[in-house]
Structure formats: C-alpha cells, structure tokens
Design a protein around this ligand. Structure first.
Ligand code: SAM
Length: 286
C-alpha cells in the first residue's frame, strides 16, 4: 500500500489542517527566521508554527512547505519574506505591562524633567509590537507632566509590519484597556458604538512608528534618554542579546535608562550599564 505524503514524512512530522512539516522543513524554517530576525524557534513550538504557516500557505495557494520555502529562497518575493516573518513573531503585549517600569520612568525621568523645565526627551520603544508600550509611555508623560511637551518624542519600532500598522491606527478594542488605571484611561476617547477607544491626538503625535529589524543597522543616531526593549530578546540567542545590549548602551545618554523584560538581563556585568534592580539599567555617567 502506498504511503500518504504525511506518513512518508515520518513520525516526527507535525500537521495542521492539510499541511505537514517534516524535521527538514522545520529546520529550514528555523534557520531562516534565525538568520533574518535572530528569533530562535524552539522545537516544542512546532505545532504552533505549522498552524501559523498553514494559514500563510493557504493565502498564497502553496500546497506544501518545501515549495513555499523554495519560493522564499529564490529571493524574488520580498513581500512574502516579510509576511513569513510577521507570521512567526510573537506579539503579546498590553498597556502598562510590567507597571514598575512606568513608575520608575515617572519618578526618575519625568519628574526631574518637569522640575528642570526641560522640553526635549527622546524615548525608544524597541520591539513595540502593536503600540501599547509606546502609547503607555506617552500616557505616562501626559499624566505626569500635564501635557506632552513640544519636543518629547517616542520612536516605536518593530520587525512586524502588521503590528506597526496596528500601532499607527491608534485604535484598540475597549477590552484591551479595561484594566488600566483611570489616571491614564481617562485620556482615551471612546469611539462611536463603544467597542473601541482611540488615543488622544497629542499622544499620537508624540509617537512615530517605524519598521526596524533590530539585527540590522539602525538608521537613527540617537542618543536616547530612555530605551524600552522588553520581552524581545527572550527570543534571541546569547550572542545576539549581548550585541544588542552593547548597541543600546552606546545609544543612551549618560544617566539614561534601559528597561528590559521581567525574564531578561544584561548577562552579567557591563562596563556602561549599572543595575538598578527590576530589570532597569542606567548608563554610567563617565
Ligand atoms: C512579545 S512582543 C513585546 C512587546 C512589548 N515590548 C512588550 O513588552 O509588551 C515582542 C516583539 O518583538 C518583535 N521582534 C522580534 N524580533 C525582532 C527583531 N529582530 N527586530 C525587531 N523586532 C523584533 C516582535 O515582532 C514582537 O512584536
């Protein structure tokens, strides 16, 4: 009896809908996403990966992963390469996630900024996903300073173009903001019908969304007063993490802060960064 395609791929093939992924295909997917974005795909996520890719293959009418991967390898379809990356990123985020960083930002950056009557502040939300993080930064400023200063700018970047589009829209389902403190929530504008809210104009204008792969050269020269790069480097290997930490440290003003995600760290001592606790690091002043 002839074997079906999925049987022929062996016991370790994963399946979603009509799509199967062999070990070889998984390795090709993993190598590509690691080379392009630094993201390490762990084998326990194979089922999730095949399920996400099956939607992509259906959209482009490819019948099997090998043909799809050959198409990506041909280098003739940059748009599909971006879609492939969008499919494999993990974009989990929320407003005021890891609130302690916003408390620290308000007490150690915004309050001195207000006291010194400064106007210029540069913040980078690196790996901003769908925009909740940079908008939380702007809402923190609006609440602490009573206004968004003229030269207060937040750069929000992500690899995933779909997330950047979502951030730019500045509209979120009402349930996404249900839990946020009313200090910040009162600035959100309910949209007709009540199912969505929109960020106020001043907050939108403070945030610039750009697509940026952190592994590639960065077009901006900085420096930044604050960098948020939270829950992004968990997907990278140690070498990529260490290189990124160095690059972030170089781009901070002396005394500036770097916030990482709760399970991340700068991997030991760093000549330019001092550990302030709760995954908060300060660029040394010398
Ligand atoms: C889990 S989300 C974190 C979002 C937000 N920083 C937070 O903590 O809520 C991780 C984000 O990192 C982005 N990302 C992954 N690899 C990237 C890369 N090489 N360059 C830029 N962004 C990347 C993903 O697209 C995703 O939106």
């Amino acid at each position: 009896m002839a074997l079906s395609a999925s049987q022929a791929r062996g016991p370790s093939a994963d399946k979603a809908d009509d799509l199967t992924m062999s070990d070889t295909e998984f390795q090709r997917v993993a190598n590509r996403v690691s080379d392009m974005a630094g993201i390490v795909l762990e084998s326990h996520k194979r089922q999730m990966i095949v399920s996400r890719l099956s939607r992509r293959l259906r959209a482009r009418e490819f019948n099997d992963l090998t043909t799809y991967l050959d198409h990506l390898d041909s280098g003739k379809d940059q748009a599909e390469l971006q879609e492939f990356l969008n499919t494999l990123t993990t974009n989990l985020t929320s407003f005021f996630r890891e609130h302690h960083h916003f408390t620290h930002f308000e007490n150690h950056v915004l309050t001195p900024f207000k006291t010194q009557q400064r106007e210029k502040l540069r913040v980078w939300s690196a790996g901003c996903s769908s925009g909740e993080e940079p908008y939380s930064i702007a809402l923190s400023a609006l609440e602490t300073l009573g206004r968004i200063p003229r030269d207060f700018k937040i750069l929000a970047t992500d690899l995933d173009t779909k997330m950047i589009d979502r951030g730019r829209s500045a509209v979120y389902p009402t349930e996404r903001v249900a839990g946020i403190d009313t200090r910040y929530g009162r600035h959100l504008k309910k949209q007709p019908g009540g199912e969505t809210v929109k960020l106020p104009q001043a907050v939108q204008e403070a945030v610039s969304f750009r697509q940026l792969n952190l592994l590639q050269p960065w077009p901006m020269s900085g420096p930044f007063d604050v960098i948020f790069c939270r829950n992004v480097m968990i997907y990278f290997n140690a070498q990529t993490k260490a290189q990124l930490i160095d690059r972030f440290a170089q781009l901070l003003v002396p005394g500036g802060f770097l916030y990482l995600g709760h399970s991340e760290s700068i991997l030991g001592e760093h000549a330019l960064l001092s550990n302030k606790g709760e995954t908060t690091y300060q660029r040394v002043t010398r």
